[in-house]
Design a protein around this ligand. Sequence first.
Ligand SMILES: [Zn+2]
Length: 160
Amino acid sequence: MPRRANLDLFRCVLSDMTLRACLVLILVCTTPGFSAPRPMLVVLQPTGQVRNALPVLTPHREAAAVDRVLTHGFSGRLVRLYAMEQEYLGQATGVAPEPAYLLLSTRQGGFPQFGFYLDDQAKTSAGWVDLHRSSSLAGRFGAMDQIFPHELLHVILHSP
Ligand SMILES: [Zn+2]
């Protein structure tokens, strides 16, 4: 992972932060025992199918290790922020809250995305993050536990 990515990471986080995100982040940091009734993170894998120009994704068969790491530490904080943002948007717009979705794909780069099918269920506006499945989970620069929260913040900032 080049040094540029690190600079981009900080630049994006600092320049893109909205007041709403800041306020919610403060809430996450200061509210003990916040918990959502649904799973806050769902790890997905590709099916290779496309429906109505959207990828068809399915729950990952070996999500436990990824889920355990990404729902803790800084990544876990962003996952909880995402849950609170979804709850806020749900109350403001009536759109049902979604968990944070992470697709482990064969694409390089790490991207915030919108719209997919969860098996047969259309989620045309739900946000998701696309990371390469062979990325390191943690413990080195550019690992999933650094990139996933970064991309999840992009999803928050670009939520419809
Ligand atoms: Zn970025």
